[in-house]
Design a protein around this ligand. Structure first.
Ligand SMILES: [Zn+2]
Length: 463
């Protein structure tokens, strides 16, 4: 951690602990959200595209990509607060052998966008829970991720697809919307011990534990834009979060791919952008410590510095466990609904609910602060309080509990032990989050879809 004043310590440790839970990612298995969110787009998802390898896309566009990426870098430097400029040496250049070495080309591209240069990025689709993928078609996990394994994901649901295969747009987007959690943003900071992290110019990891995988991706998947001024003064590094840069980059790459005739990559990049937008609907990704007001934060900090550590420890464990509880509840609940074919489940219905779509029909960069995270930050305290009423103190208050260490945690089943009225209140609050996830997913897709943008330009009524 760089140059922290003593008063920053409490927040430093708070965020450090919050992010070290290996289970805490925002939402688990984004594909379950994305399939529902795209259903109201009608025939949109049934359109098909031809799968194309990344190497083919990069080889064909090697001459046009440098300018597109240079323009994107200029936009980020001019627009994203605290954005660390990309070192000039990383600008994309096709390898001199004419692009014959697919892995060198992929690496040059990943370094140019400052993502994890070891990501495999194979061709594959994720199938819904309960779908049997033929064993010989199951894609081995190391072909998709740099992580050892992925909790809350059925490895047998991942199907290899062939170069040139015809695939549904809805499946490409849903599959890609989980991919940024497979390691794209892991190891990018200078103190992460990776060869590329040392070159990327992002500096030391602003918060989280640099030795832990998910800690290192957190500043790209969280956006703390709505804390009070005193919190930023005490912990300025909390402003060093970059989902805005990621979302804009992947939407720009998506539009670029469509414009050059690579529809498969147009939708896969769009799915990557969708991931970050969905993450920002998670209150624990939009607020540092939901349920803890500034006065209490500062008081606890003072006590901690005076040697009374109990209140701090309790607050840290609580926020870590509540983040895990919310994520686990949402995932377990929705996975069960999928398995049972329960399309009337309130969370699935909320994802398909378009009532609020007119408030954000097409995602614009500024809306990530003014609408998306403003709403999830606003929802944080109520949801945090509801977790306290829906679950026993063991799960959400007891400082000795470490839910990240509990195998097969099923908070959906546990939630059913609460009084019915609390079950309904929890479901309604999480459904509100899913309603936002649905709206924001569609807002990204409408903003990049070449058919939508052509209709919008021709003056057709917007949905
Ligand atoms: Zn994420």
């Amino acid at each position: 951690m760089p140059s922290l004043k003593p008063r920053c310590l409490w927040l430093t440790v708070a965020v450090f602990v919050t992010l070290q839970s290996p289970a805490a990612r925002a939402w688990s298995n984004h594909t379950l959200c994305t399939w529902q969110a795209t259903t109201p787009l009608g025939h949109w998802g049934e359109r098909t595209v031809t799968a194309e390898t990344l190497a083919d896309f990069l080889t064909k566009e090697a001459d046009r990509l440098p300018k597109m990426l240079a323009d994107e870098e200029q936009w980020a430097q001019a627009t994203v607060p605290f954005y660390p400029p990309r070192p000039a040496a990383l600008a994309f250049q096709a390898p001199h052998d004419g692009g014959g070495d697919a892995s060198a080309l992929k690496r040059a591209f990943l370094q140019a966008i400052r993502a994890n240069a070891d990501m495999p990025l194979a061709l594959y689709l994720q199938r819904p829970p309960g779908t049997a993928v033929a064993p010989e078609r199951v894609v081995p996990w190391p072909s998709l991720s740099i992580l050892k394994s992925m909790s809350d994901l059925d490895a047998n649901s991942l199907e290899r697809i062939d170069d040139g295969a015809t695939v549904r747009v809805a499946d490409v987007v849903a599959t890609a919307s989980n991919e940024p959690d497979y390691g794209l943003d892991i190891g990018l900071w200078q103190d992460n011990g990776t060869q590329f992290g040392a070159l990327y110019g992002y500096g030391p990891q602003p918060f989280g534990n640099p030795r832990l995988d998910y800690g290192s991706q957190a500043p790209f998947h969280m956006g703390f834009y709505h804390e009070s001024g005193i919190v930023y003064r005490a912990a300025p590094y909390l402003q060093h979060t970059y989902p805005e840069a990621r979302i804009h980059l992947y939407m720009t790459l998506s539009r670029f791919a469509f414009a050059q005739g690579h529809a498969y990559w147009g939708w896969r990049f769009a799915g990557w952008a969708v991931h970050y937008v969905q993450d920002l609907a998670q209150p624990y990704h939009a607020r540092v410590l939901p349920g803890v007001n500034v006065t209490r934060m500062l008081l606890t900090s003072v006590l901690d510095m005076a040697g009374v550590h109990g209140p701090k420890t309790a607050a840290l464990n609580r926020v870590t466990n509540r983040h895990t509880v919310l994520e686990n509840y949402q995932y377990r609940h929705m996975a069960a609904a999928y398995r049972q074919g329960a399309l009337t489940d309130p969370l699935l219905v909320a994802l398909r609910d378009t009532t609020d779509d007119p408030s954000l029909p097409r995602l614009q960069p500024a809306a990530l602060r003014t609408i998306v995270t403003a709403q999830s930050a606003d929802a944080a305290d109520a949801l945090d309080g509801q977790l306290e009423r829906s679950f026993s103190a063991h799960y959400v208050t007891d400082p000795d509990t470490d839910l990240a260490a509990v195998p097969d945690l099923d908070m959906d089943s546990i939630a059913r032990q609460a009084p019915v009225v609390e079950q309904e209140r929890l479901s309604a609050l999480v459904a509100a989050r899913m309603r936002q996830v649905g709206r924001d997913t569609r807002a990204v897709l409408r903003a990049v879809d070449p058919q939508e943008t052509a209709e919008a330009a021709a003056g057709a009524p917007r949905p």
